[in-house]
Design a protein. Structure first.
Lengths: 62, 297
């Protein structure tokens, strides 16, 4: 059993987050404003190599 | 002869230093008032910081209650499957340090960093660190910079969301570092005044699949396990982020409260010194005037 999303190279986390975002956007307007706050994330990532921040090759979007 | 000279010199030298000290101790009225003002300002700042973190803490605690089931559920699976780490194979460890970007909150960050330092002291070749929050990075970068795999910052300004956690989990999985076991090091929130350093174990898919108890579960295949482990990592990270955020805010609250109290004590002492110096200045001026007047007579 291989899921279609797995075959595309999406992890379960990304898959469920996409599903969650779609669900939030489908909410009623009065509820959507509150749920939209859970839709964004500001965390930044910096890969490190040999004790120094290293540039990232590709910026991945979750 | 020399002895006598030096014995004579000694009291003179002592007197000189004492005189200098007294001069330094007797600060001028203006410098004391400047100092007093700055301490008062600091107290105002710490007090308002305490207010802010109290409000943030109330929210963090409410959020934590909602987030607890995520962590407990994910932990139960690891407990029930009784995962045994392969002792023969070289263990590749991953440590996730749950801190935040912001300081002035007591020992929350240093506690996490200290635990990781101890772990690294045991084995710093096969252990990598994933730093969540700038604080753990700045503490660990000097000694164990080579072990840092990735740093996630901009953590702690806003309350953590599940999307934050899942993005971190995604990065953990995407680093290309094949860990066999790992630990999330975080601060577990107990009450407003106490938190304790805790660790949660995490395992890779290969390690989980070797577990014998896995046969108890129905319809499990590699795909389900992989999906579940990805999700459970995200849940655990979410849970520990919430625990960490809550302990951080409560700790900042107490730290700022203590700072305000200390500033209050300092203000009391400084006011006393200020008033005494003011009196001394007035008295001296009076003496000068009176003695001047009596000299004219």
């Amino acid at each position: 059993m291989t899921n279609a999303w797995r075959a595309v190279g999406i992890t379960y986390i990304q898959y469920s987050n996409i599903a969650a975002r779609v669900l939030r956007e489908a909410l009623r307007t009065e509820l959507r404003a509150d749920a939209a706050k859970r839709n964004d994330s500001h965390v930044k990532f910096t890969p490190w190599a040999n004790g120094k921040p290293a540039p990232r090759q590709t910026q991945s979007e979750s | 002869m020399m002895m006598q000279r030096s014995m004579l010199l000694l009291p003179l030298a002592v007197e000189a230093t004492m005189h200098a000290q007294q001069q330094r101790g007797m600060a001028t009225l203006q410098s004391i008032s400047i100092r007093l003002k700055s301490v008062k300002n600091i107290q105002k700042i710490t007090q308002s910081m305490k207010m802010v973190s109290a409000a943030k803490y109330a929210r963090a605690e409410r959020d934590l209650k909602a987030a607890r089931p995520y962590g407990i559920g994910a932990q139960q699976f690891f407990e029930k499957t009784e995962i045994q780490v392969d002792e023969k194979a070289e263990p590749k460890k991953l440590l996730i340090a749950m801190t935040s970007d912001r300081g002035l909150c007591g020992a929350v960050h240093t506690g996490v960093a200290r635990h990781i330092r101890n772990e690294l002291a045991k084995d710093d070749v096969n252990t990598k660190i994933f730093c969540v929050g700038d604080k753990s990075r700045s503490i660990l970068a000097r000694l164990y910079g080579k072990n840092i795999l990735m740093v996630a910052n901009e953590v702690g300004r806003l309350p953590p969301t599940f999307l934050d956690a899942s993005r971190i989990a995604h990065e953990v999985l995407q680093t290309g570092y094949e860990y066999s076991e790992g630990q999330i090091v975080y601060n577990k929130f107990n009450s407003v005044v106490s938190y304790s350093l805790s660790q949660l174990p995490i395992y890779s898919g290969a390690t989980v699949e070797k577990s014998e108890k896995l046969a108890v579960f129905d319809s499990l295949d590699a795909d389900v396990i992989q999906s579940y482990l990805e999700f459970s990592l995200a849940s655990l990270i979410f849970y520990t982020m919430k625990e960490g955020a809550c302990s951080e805010q409560s700790s900042r609250m107490t730290a700022m409260d203590n700072a305000s109290k200390n500033a209050g004590e300092m203000i009391e002492k400084l006011t006393l010194i200020f008033n005494r110096t003011r009196q001394a200045v007035i008295t001296r001026e009076l003496i000068e005037i009176i003695s001047g007047a009596s000299a004219l007579e």
